[in-house]
Every structure is written in structure tokens, then in C-alpha cells.
Write a protein that binds this ligand. Structure first.
Ligand code: PGA
Length: 252
């Protein structure tokens, strides 16, 4: 089955408003004719309006890197699903390993965030992946399956077309070490089987599973050749227009 490839940029806690605006402009100029893949950028919260000013209603989606699961109220420092949408977001990243590890987001929190985002009509990119220690101890499958099962607890099947998974081995994020295409493909296959078990074959076959972790212009092609790898979530190499544009055009 053919799944539309997705190339996504996670700008993390980088860029000034002006830099984000310039990057968004360059991306738009170089991607406006693309209709055979999805492109999404995840700016930090304060950069979202600048990026949305350029990209809203284009073929490039805009997402928050996080959100809070309550609807509104006294939650100082947090951002709601409504506020993300109000600022122009179509997407949100949930469960990035940096959130799970530095900010102690647990399984329950990730699950609540997914439910809030989906019921608020945001498309969700759920990140899963094992640490170096887990990887070295052969625990990758266990960790990834646990993360998926807990994240999808009581998630309504009707929303699945708005879900993406990003497999990001933590030891590959920002380190320059990438999982080999074969190893990444093996984990993507486990993820798809797990989705099949939780939601059935149709959802499992349709859901896009991205790889993330030191994706660069020189390794994206071999990753994207793998059957179960449907896209890339890119951190470092998405901060420069030239490299992200070449990632978007990976097969051209
Ligand atoms: P990286 O980050 O491409 O810099 O490794 C990927 C991510 O954390 O999403």
C-alpha cells in the first residue's frame, strides 16, 4: 500500500522570530509546487505566529512541539490545544523523548495529551524510541511496544487518520549516529505489527511511521527506501533552509 511520505522539521528551542520567518519563507518558495508528500514544521511556541503568517493555508503544516491536556485554566506556563489552533497550528508533536526525559512526561500524560489533541482536531505525531542503555540491553521492542500501548489507551479509532508515529531512537538524536536502515526498518515493522494488534490491519497499513535521529541529506535516501519507513522527523538538519529543502526533495 502506498503511503504519502512525510518530511517534518522539529526546530526545538532554536531560532529567533526573524530567523523562523526567513526559514519559513525559503521553505515555502522551494516547496510550493510539491503535492506528492507532506511537509510539516514544528517551531517553538513563540515562533509559531511568524511561521503561520507565511505558511498558513499552504501545503506546509505547522505544529506545536507540545501542548497541555487540560482545556484551559490555571496552568501557568502551559499551552492548550485551542491556543495552538488559534495561532495557526494544524499538528502537534507529543511524547518527544526530550519531553519524556527532561520534563518527566509519563505514559499517562502522553495518553491524555493525545486524546486532547485529537479531540481538538489537531493531527498528532507521537514519538517513541529507546535509550542507549535500553538499546544495548536488547529492550528496544519492549520499550516501543509499551510506549505505543500506553499512548493509545482508550484512543478513539475514528481519529486514527490524524495520527503519525515517529520512531526516534534516543541514542541517535542529535548525536550524528543514525540507526542503520535495516535496524530502523526492523523497529518500524514492530511498530506496524503493534498497531495492527491494537487497531486492526487497515489502520496499521495506513498510518505513517517516520524515522528520526540524525537524518541528513546523505542518509535519507537509504532510510526512505525501506518499506515501513514513511518519512523523516528532522531536528538539526531542518534548521538550515538548504539542507531541509534537500531533505524534502530526497528522491528528486
Ligand atoms: P536530530 O533530531 O535530527 O537533530 O537528531 C531529531 C528529533 O529529535 O526530532
Amino acid at each position: 500500500m502506498k503511503r504519502v511520505p512525510v518530511i517534518a522539521a522539529n526546530w526545538k528551542m532554536n531560532l529567533s522570530i526573524k530567523e523562523a520567518e526567513n526559514l519559513a519563507k525559503e521553505l515555502w518558495e522551494n516547496a510550493k509546487d510539491i503535492d506528492d508528500r507532506e511537509i510539516i514544521v514544528f517551531p517553538s511556541f513563540l515562533q509559531i505566529p511568524a511561521a503561520a503568517g507565511i505558511l498558513k493555508n499552504t501545503n506546509i503544516g505547522i505544529g506545536g512541539q507540545n501542548l497541555y491536556f487540560e482545556e484551559n485554566g490555571a496552568f501557568t506556563g502551559e499551552i492548550s490545544a485551542f491556543q495552538l489552533k488559534d495561532a495557526g497550528c494544524t499538528h502537534v508533536l507529543i511524547g518527544h523523548s526530550e519531553r519524556r526525559h527532561y520534563f518527566k512526561e509519563d505514559y499517562e500524560t502522553v495518553n491524555k495529551k493525545i486524546k486532547r489533541a485529537l479531540s481538538s482536531d489537531l493531527k498528532v505525531m507521537l514519538c517513541v524510541g529507546e535509550s542507549l542503555e535500553e538499546h544495548e540491553n536488547g529492550l528496544t521492542e519492549m520499550v516501543v511496544v509499551d510506549e505505543l500501548e500506553s499512548a493509545f489507551k482508550n484512543v478513539n479509532m475514528n481519529y486514527l487518520e490524524n495520527m503519525y508515529i515517529a520512531y526516534e531512537p534516543i541514542w541517535a538524536i542529535g548525536t550524528g549516529k543514525t540507526a542503520t536502515p535495516k535496524d530502523a526498518s526492523h523497529v518500524h515493522n514492530i511498530i506496524r505489527k503493534t498497531l495492527n494488534r491494537i487497531f486492526g490491519q487497515k489502520a496499521a497499513l495506513e498510518m505513517r511511521i517516520l524515522y528520526g535521529g540524525s537524518v541528513k541529506p546523505d542518509n535519507i535516501v537509504s532510510l526512505m527506501k525501506q518499506d515501513d519507513i514513511d518519512g523523516a522527523l528532522v531536528g538539526g538538519a531542518s534548521l538550515e533552509a538548504k539542507s531541509f529543502i534537500s531533505l524534502i526533495h530526497f528522491d528528486k
